[in-house]
Design a protein around this ligand. Structure first.
Ligand SMILES: *Cc1c(COP(=O)(O)O)cnc(C)c1O
Length: 456
């Protein structure tokens, strides 16, 4: 018997030199973004006051399938990329499944998640443009941490609005941001009009990503040489994350197998798009039949129960109107521990691809996600981020289906991050202190009714 190979890594020279822009290959292109006031299609220039110019252009680029990774970004990528592709023999054994399970381990990045792939790129482009200050929001703190580290690399001041409940409950990511030199403000705050309005109406408001985004955009547009950055949802963010899938594609070649199913958790869609798009291009261009499964929390079910509508990306309505699957920009998700998955909308590219049947969403309950995370930790030795636990739970479903049907499929999932700073959530799971939240139809309808229907 030949020796089992556990992990596959590409040499530095094979770390991708370009990102893959799936917009260029999509059969039905995403609908245009609309200006929030005039409702007219946006041009890249309309985004320049908020985002740096290069990211604004990438956002709307529907023609170039390949975009060069700037050399200074690629140099930094080499500090943790290529990330390992790992065969999960331990998990396969625990499940007694004939499926071959592989995972791409993004938890090895210096900040512990995939977020750094886009943070390095966005901060680099800001620096090139002469920007001196960057604002952003963060929920659980993963994006804020990645952004803070990238800013320290390129010598830019970072101001992070952190959702208040996380600011209080997740002190260690706040500490990491401080170590990297960022200024961190709990949101809602009195420092912006958006924050003031919300606090005046509801002084005990715990904050939400939508509110923190409004605050960060407001500060960016009112500060000289300052731009806003976002860690998910937007097209350019998924673009930067395709480095994950491009590596994985070459690593799968090394295994001699090709995935039947590609699985990732879904917040705004960037780690999902990152691992999926390079494989999905073969479905689009060559008629391959790989299945793509996006695992979302049942408490925030925009893929399975949301509506495809033009909606705002933030609570106050500062962002363009985006054509996406949404639960409504005022949707208040339950306080589940996978903070990175509590966003009301799905990215524009992924929404169009979902509409066209290229992927499917599955809903995972919070307790099921942690149960999967614990099994993975025991069998593979890595404690996954609560977000990543959703991908693992969906993978386990598929592996058990293979067992029931006696099928030997190849499953590939993205381990978007580790959970070493989320151990308090594991403690609560282990002491049976976590609940599942599934919003009622009436609750979903209430928020969706607040989305103004619009014909493009
Ligand atoms: C932010 C985050 C997510 C969700 O964001 P996507 O843009 O949907 O990928 C998932 N996993 C981890 C570890 C995160 O930090």
């Amino acid at each position: 018997m030949s020796e089992k190979i556990k992990k596959y890594v590409l040499p530095d020279s094979k770390v991708p030199t370009q990102w893959y822009n799936i917009q260029a290959d999509m059969v039905n292109k995403p609908l245009p973004f609309l200006h929030p006031a005039t409702k007219q299609p946006l041009k890249a220039e309309d985004l320049f006051p908020i985002f740096c110019e290069e990211c604004s252009k990438q956002e709307l680029n529907q023609t170039d399938a390949w975009i060069d990774i700037p050399e200074p970004v690629r140099e930094r990528y080499k500090n943790w990329r290529c990330t390992p592709l790992v065969r999960a023999y331990g998990l396969e054994k625990a499940l007694d499944t004939p499926a071959h399970i592989y995972f791409k381990n993004e938890s090895v990045s210096p900040v512990g998640s995939h977020k750094l792939n886009s943070a390095m790129a966005q901060v680099y482009y800001c620096k090139e443009q002469g920007i001196t200050n960057i604002t952003t929001e963060t929920g659980a703190g993963q994006w804020g941490t990645a952004l803070s580290y990238a800013c320290s690399q390129f010598g830019i001041d970072a101001a992070v609005y952190m959702v208040k409940i996380s600011y209080e409950q997740k002190p260690y990511r706040r500490s990491m941001m401080h170590v990297f030199g960022a200024q961190v403000t709990p949101s809602p705050s009195m420092s912006t009009r958006a924050g003031k309005d919300i606090l005046t109406a509801d002084p005990s408001n715990n904050g939400s990503l939508g509110t923190a985004i409004s605050e960060a955009i407001e500060l960016a547009t009112q500060t000289k040489n300052c731009r806003y950055t976002l860690g998910s949802v937007l097209n350019h963010v998924s673009l930067h994350q395709t480095v994950i899938g491009l590596e994985a594609e070459k690593q799968m070649e090394m295994t001699g197998e090709y995935p039947d199913k590609v699985i990732a958790c879904f917040g705004g869609g960037s780690n999902f798009g990152g691992i999926a798009f390079p494989f999905m291009r073969h479905n689009i261009l060559e008629g391959k039949n790989t299945e793509f499964i996006a695992a979302e929390p049942s408490s925030c079910p925009k893929l399975t129960r949301g509506k495809f509508e033009y909606d705002f990306g933030d609570e106050t309505g500062y962002t363009p109107l985006l054509p996406m699957y949404t639960l409504g920009h005022n949707f208040q998700p339950a306080s589940i521990h996978a903070g990175g998955l509590r966003y009301h909308g799905a990215g524009v590219i992924l929404s169009q691809l979902l509409k066209d049947g290229y992927l499917k969403g599955v809903d995972i309950d919070q307790t099921e996600s942690f149960k999967a995370g614990v099994l993975f930790a025991k069998s593979e030795g890595i404690i996954p981020a609560p977000e990543s636990c959703h991908a693992i739970a969906a993978t386990i479903h598929e592996a058990l289906k293979c067992k029931a049907e006696g099928k030997q499929q190849v499953l590939l999932f993205n381990l978007s991050g580790h959970g070493l700073i989320d151990l308090a959530s594991y403690d609560r799971y282990l002491s049976n202190d976590l609940q599942d939240y599934v919003p009622s139809n009436a609750e979903l309808e209430k928020y969706l009714a607040q989305v103004e229907p619009l014909q493009p």
